[in-house]
Design a protein around this ligand. Structure first.
Ligand SMILES: Cc1ncc(COP(=O)(O)O)c(C=O)c1O
Length: 439
């Protein structure tokens, strides 16, 4: 094998892709990149630039995480200052200032009951921590048989073993290594919308818990499903909360994608006016500037561990749990969201986006146009057609995400009205052009 070439930044997009194809293994991808892959070399605001200087409006916020767009100076400055002062300090035997401050800040935003945060590095790890906390919780209370984790069909909760096991259909775990104790039930009637009463979907969960409640540790739900931006009706979420209470089962809400303003509230579950027992967050918390995940829980859950010190407590953690510079990024991001009044922007721009896409509802091969805030999807009748729309949009300078047959839009929370128009001006014709499948 020859030595890797150096000075990559000076190379063209095509040259970089050739090196990429030789050395990189991309997540969630076939093993090789395509000529279509964007090698981003810089970014500013809602735009990224490739190695050939082409500019793209990033309507998917990188991996739904670049919530403040690119080059947000106050966040960069906060990270840089923290790196100079103390890049991190171990949370296993010690603590550090940004982690303390960020945990307190999250409690203020997620409260009143959600007041205790465990930090990790990603959304999957946040979900994994919630699963483990839920199981340990019942175990320390003596209910060792309560181990099952119930999730909804079509859910996506992450790529680590437990998180993948509660992502039936979207994140297949090889059967020979799949952990046991994970159950999937059909979800709500997503088409019912946010204002409806209980729907038939809740009966699946009710029937399941009536039979298996005493062996169930937790139910996990995304308030808006990452795969296709399906909005879980508020009434369904409230009914899930009631059922969990009736069966002494913990409710985990996965707000890895929806947390920190993405849907037009700080957390999407606030629309339903409920609180979970465990809340998993990540992406928007640091806006992609650093890697951080959080599992936030209630005093009741935490105190159960505290009262049972003899049982060794919660035996779980990571070297980078509460990484000081990542937590400094989180503090700066949350400050920016508040100071720039971004949640109001999300509501206005989200309504504008859904309004502009409304005309697609009548297209015969469009199965749905839906979303909440700046988390929106256009579902088509096939993933092939969705792939074509994604490619055409990219060719015209707008990056969207394809998940199955859905085109998912989640632009940075800072997006302007003119940029929303630009997304719609490209996407609507691309969907209409999808009548002719050409790929
Ligand atoms: C709802 C949800 N949960 C969990 C995850 C996993 O997060 P990560 O990719 O940071 O591990 C994702 C990522 O897309 C997600 O959308």
């Amino acid at each position: 094998m020859t030595a890797p070439p150096t000075g990559l930044i000076a190379q063209s997009q095509a040259d970089l892709l050739a090196v990429d194809a030789t050395y990189l293994w991309h997540p969630w991808s076939p093993s090789r990149v395509s000529p279509d892959t964007v090698v981003a070399t810089s970014g500013a605001g809602c735009e990224v630039f490739d190695a050939d200087g082409r500019r793209y409006l990033d309507a998917k916020s990188s991996g739904l995480n670049a919530a403040l767009g690119y080059g947000c100076q106050p966040v960069i400055d906060a990270i840089s200052a923290q790196l100079s002062r103390l890049m991190t300090y171990d949370m296993g035997e010690g603590s550090n200032l940004p982690a303390i401050e960020l945990a307190q800040r999250i409690a203020g935003l997620a409260g009143p009951r959600l007041s205790r945060t465990f930090f990790c590095n990603s959304g999957s790890e946040a979900v994994e921590a919630c699963i483990r906390i839920a199981r340990f919780y019942h175990a320390v209370l003596g209910a060792t048989e309560r181990t099952a984790i119930v999730s909804l069909e079509n859910a996506y909760h992450g790529a680590t073993m437990g998180a993948a096991a509660c992502s039936a259909g979207s994140s297949p775990v090889a059967p020979e290594v799949a952990p046991t104790g994970f159950v999937t039930v059909p979800g709500p009637d997503y088409a019912a919308g946010s204002g409806s009463g209980d729907d038939a979907g809740i009966e699946h969960l009710r029937a399941h818990l009536d039979e298996h409640g005493p062996r169930t540790a937790a139910v996990i739900v995304e308030p808006v499903q990452a795969r296709g931006a399906r909005v879980v009706p508020d009434a369904y979420l409230r009914a899930v909360r009631r059922l969990c209470d009736e069966h002494a089962v913990l409710l985990v809400l996965d707000e890895v994608t929806t947390g920190f303003g993405r849907t037009g509230r700080m957390f999407a579950h606030q629309y339903a006016d409920i609180q979970p027992d465990l809340l998993a967050t990540s992406k928007g918390l640091t806006g992609g500037y650093m890697s951080l995940g959080a599992a936030t829980t209630t005093p009741e859950v935490f105190d159960a561990f505290d009262r049972h010190r003899g049982l060794a407590g919660f035996v779980h953690g990571h070297t980078h749990s509460g990484h000081a510079s990542a937590c400094a990024a989180g503090l700066a991001v949350l400050g920016y969201i508040e100071n720039a009044n971004l949640i109001a922007n999300v509501r206005a721009r989200g309504a504008q986006l859904l309004g502009r896409l409304a005309e697609l509802r009548d297209v015969p091969y469009v199965r749905g146009v839906r979303g909440r805030g700046l988390f929106v999807a256009v579902e088509l009748d096939s993933s092939r057609r969705a792939g074509q729309v994604r490619r055409q949009s990219k060719d015209e300078g707008v990056l969207v995400r394809r998940t199955g047959a859905s085109i998912v839009l989640a632009p940075p929370l800072i997006i302007t009205a003119a940029e929303i128009d630009r997304i719609a001006d490209v996407l609507v014709p691309a969907v209409l052009a999808g009548a002719e499948l050409s790929y």
